[in-house]
Design a protein around this ligand. Structure first.
Ligand code: ADP
Ligand code: MG
Length: 278
């Protein structure tokens, strides 16, 4: 059985270009644990996940990210994935002309994993997650509904079996049935099995409805790019009652205005950037 894994984020400050968006983030996630980062729109949740996964266009100005002691910041995103990190993106990318089953075959091959029985595994997982089997052979995410995209992302997670997964608002654009199917599958992955320790999860959300199926061990609150509070599942209930502003005021990071709805700026990065060596 494989040993337990740990993702350690220490003193991480990151942003886009010269703009720092998240500051001094400390977070440690080990196998089988579910950590939830909750924060309002524009708090820096997607920036944190992009910086940890190595999305091109994001810069780290301080701190470290290691997986089992290996420096992730020195690696391009695909090597971080091979090492065992996985990101479920808030807005899954559409890839015309490349089918889901082909992507998974390539990804498993790249990490030296067995691929026999892949078709059967894909069908089993599709049934478990409630994804129409025909979508397995269609172009990745193209013309899929919000719910289908997130079921599709969850299937990739189930098949690739990373050590630590970051879920960036897996609950956005999902109906309740899809949310339940995805969060149940991920919760099941966190349980240890004969194959190894359970998946470690860093789930990012601003709703606590995700937390009814995916039970967190630790809840962290991110406001204006800073982690301002940490606690058990009860912190999510307290947040529901008090709102983010109360936490921001208590931590001295409020500026008097409520956060406004922000649209993320899409910076896809070129394929050259994605596959470049550091
Ligand atoms: P969240 O995911 O918590 O809603 P984001 O990490 O997407 O927050 O964004 C945090 C802040 O950083 C927002 O003010 C947003 O406008 C800004 N931001 C995010 N990505 C970019 C980018 N690529 N270029 C410029 N500003 C960005
Ligand atoms: Mg976001």
């Amino acid at each position: 059985m494989k040993a337990t894994s740990t993702l350690a984020i220490a003193g991480l400050s990151a942003g886009v270009g010269s703009t720092r968006i998240v500051h001094d983030i400390d977070l440690t996630v080990s196998s089988g644990e579910v950590h939830v980062v909750m924060g309002p729109n524009g708090a820096g949740k997607s920036t944190l996940s992009a910086a940890v996964m190595g999305k091109p266009g994001y810069t780290v100005t301080a701190g470290s990210v290691t997986l089992d002691g290996e420096d992730m910041l020195a690696l391009p995103a695909w090597r971080r994935a091979v090492a065992g990190l996985h990101l479920v993106m808030q807005y899954p990318t559409e890839v015309p002309g490349v089918a889901l089953d082909a992507v998974l075959l390539e990804a498993l091959t790249a990490r030296g994993a067995a691929t026999d029985g892949l078709d059967e595994l894909l069908r089993t997982e599709a049934t478990a997650i409630g994804l129409d089997e025909r979508l397995l052979h269609r172009a990745l995410n193209v013309d899929l509904s919000g719910g289908e995209k997130k079921r599709n992302e969850t299937l990739q997670l189930a098949v690739l079996r990373p050590r630590i997964a970051i879920l960036d608002e897996i609950d956005s654009g999902l109906d309740l049935d899809a949310l339940r199917a995805c969060s149940r599958r991920i919760e099941a992955a966190t349980q240890p099995s004969v194959d190894g320790p359970g998946l470690g999860v860093l789930a990012i959300t601003h709703y606590n409805r995700l937390l009814t199926e995916l039970r967190p061990d630790t809840v962290h609150i991110l406001v204006r790019g800073r982690l301002v509070a940490e606690g058990g599942p009860e912190l999510a209930d307290q947040l529901e009652i008090e709102g983010y502003q109360a936490f921001a005021v208590a931590a001295g990071v409020a500026d008097g205005e409520a956060d406004v709805e922000t649209k993320p700026v899409v910076r896809p990065g070129s394929l050259g950037e994605l596959f470049a060596n550091p």
